[in-house]
Write a protein that binds this ligand. Structure first.
Ligand code: FAD
Length: 451
């Protein structure tokens, strides 16, 4: 059964660029659509510049919030040109901008007529104002919890559960507010268009919360083995149960659900560590870190798990190059391992330079296999150890500009770079590469820390 053979060919950078621009255009159209619809035809009599500006800001802010559902809905085609981490970064930035725009909408209303402040009295305020207050309160809690989750001490899982529900509530309440104010949607066809727009967002939610989990439930996987690795990590091998699975590109990842149904929204992203060309199963290598990852060792063969994937643009299959440089820190080796194993299975002789940073020699995950892969690949490996053993003759400390300068080949500017590791390492490496003259368009990074 050929369940996982990677048949996806390399994506041409120009194709990715065109696709990216197309999705940006769709994004802008969705944000601007309500304004165009509401101002089309004969607009209602003006209520003064500031009031109209405030209304426009309110609609724009709401549209931006609504489009967030599309941004985080993980539509593979839309995410492919950018990478999921970029989409989440964009989602965060746009959320802040939307909140500022919505705050401006409210502040302007209060400034032009302070009597509007009476609307804050929820006991006496009309329902349109109550809906607005509830929506803005939800949005404020949402943003505060997202920006200061760690400082407040909210677990990732708890935050995630509430984040989705609050976002949904805030947008629905804002839609109710618009319906009740109904200033710009008085004519029947405008009301129809606005209702259609609202149904579109609701449909997205239904897709994300019901259709997709349902599809995962119908396409389960089973655990085949759970094996210990160096560095407090476990390799979990799984295979599809009763279906053909999916193909992926080496370096990509999937969201894994275990001990739960996909409807529970507790899922964790992990890069595939297995070869994309193998046709026997998939594997993730998971480092013990928190609640979920510490339980991975307790998985048992035959256990049912669920996957949502593949995702990610961090893959050699998107970039033709005369050579690749992989720079990994700790468990950041997993996507590189998939790429190395895939290159070996493809008998690909493209030169690969691996820089692999760890604290201790004993904890270097996949140490022996990486060494063995040198016989199947044109692979050079530079281990960089923070606390090397006595007599260590290799590089020590961190992956610095000096280390890279010493070990990279002369044609370094023509290579494609893949960096995955803790944020400080990733940032330092990106800076070092920039100083070494490597064009940043050739440096690709995977963030294991989305939030
Ligand atoms: C694209 C990607 C690929 C990854 N690949 C690997 C891999 O191959 N091997 C590996 O060991 N780890 C990988 N990770 C990291 C892994 O997802 C987290 O370590 C894991 O989810 C932590 O969960 P926890 O409950 O054990 O820890 P917690 O203590 O609950 O979380 C620790 C931190 O991990 C992050 N995190 C927790 N849960 C999630 C979640 N559901 N979604 C996103 N981030 C979360 C949060 O920033 C949190 O602060 C990857 C992460 C990403 C984003």
């Amino acid at each position: 059964m050929n369940i996982l053979a990677a048949t996806n060919g390399p994506v041409k950078p120009r194709t990715a660029l065109v696709q990216g621009m197309l999705w940006m255009a769709i994004y802008l159209a969705l944000v601007v659509a309500p304004l165009v619809v509401l101002l089309a035809g004969t607009p209602p009599a003006s209520r003064g510049f500031w009031r109209e500006l405030s209304a426009a800001l309110g609609y724009a802010g709401l549209a931006m919030m609504g489009v967030q559902f599309a941004l985080t809905a993980r539509f593979r085609r839309a995410a492919a040109p950018f990478g999921i981490d970029m989409l989440y970064y964009f989602h965060r930035t746009v959320s802040l901008m939307a909140a500022v725009i919505i705050a401006a909408h409210i502040i302007i209303l209060f400034s032009i007529d302070p009597r509007n402040l009476a609307l804050l009295n929820v006991l006496k305020a009309p329902w349109r104002a109550r809906a607005a207050i509830a929506a803005f309160t939800g949005l404020s809690v949402l943003l505060t919890a997202s920006l200061f989750r760690r400082q407040i001490g909210i677990s990732y899982e708890g935050w995630r559960r509430w984040h989705g529900m609050l976002a949904m509530a805030a947008v629905v309440l804002a839609l109710v507010h618009v319906e009740l104010v109904s200033h710009y949607i008085e004519t029947p066809w405008k009301r129809i268009l606005w209702t259609g727009y609202s149904i579109f967002w609701t449909g997205l939610l239904v897709h994300v919360r019901i259709v997709r989990p349902w599809s995962q439930l119908r396409h389960p996987y089973v655990v085949e083995s759970v094996l210990p690795e160096r560095g407090s990590a476990w390799t979990v091998s799984i295979r599809p149960e009763g279906h053909h699975g999916f193909t992926f590109q080496p370096g990509q990842f999937a969201w894994l659900t275990a001990w739960n149904s996909p409807f529970a929204v507790e899922e964790h992203p992990f890069s595939f560590s297995s070869s994309a060309k193998q046709n026997t199963g998939l594997a993730f290598t998971i480092k013990e870190l928190g609640d979920f990852t510490r339980r991975v060792r307790d998985m048992v063969p035959g256990q049912r798990v669920y996957l949502d994937g593949p995702y990610g643009a961090f893959t050699i299959d998107r970039y033709h190059a005369p050579g690749y440089v992989f720079i990994a820190g700790g468990v950041g080796i997993t996507p590189m391992m998939s790429m190395l194993r895939t290159l070996a299975d493809r008998s690909d002789r493209t030169p690969v330079h691996l820089f692999y940073a760890n604290k201790l020699w004993e904890d270097v995950t996949f140490r022996e296999e990486i060494d063995a892969l040198k016989t199947r690949l044109r692979l050079s490996v530079t281990h960089v150890l923070e606390a090397p053993p006595a007599g260590w003759a290799g590089e020590s400390g961190f992956v610095t500009r000096e280390v890279l300068d010493r070990r990279l080949p002369a044609e370094r500017r023509s290579l494609e770079y893949f960096v995955c590791g803790p944020d400080p390492m990733r940032e330092a490496v990106e800076k070092a590469l920039y100083r070494l003259g490597v064009p940043l368009t050739q440096v690709h990074a995977e963030r294991f820390n989305l939030v």
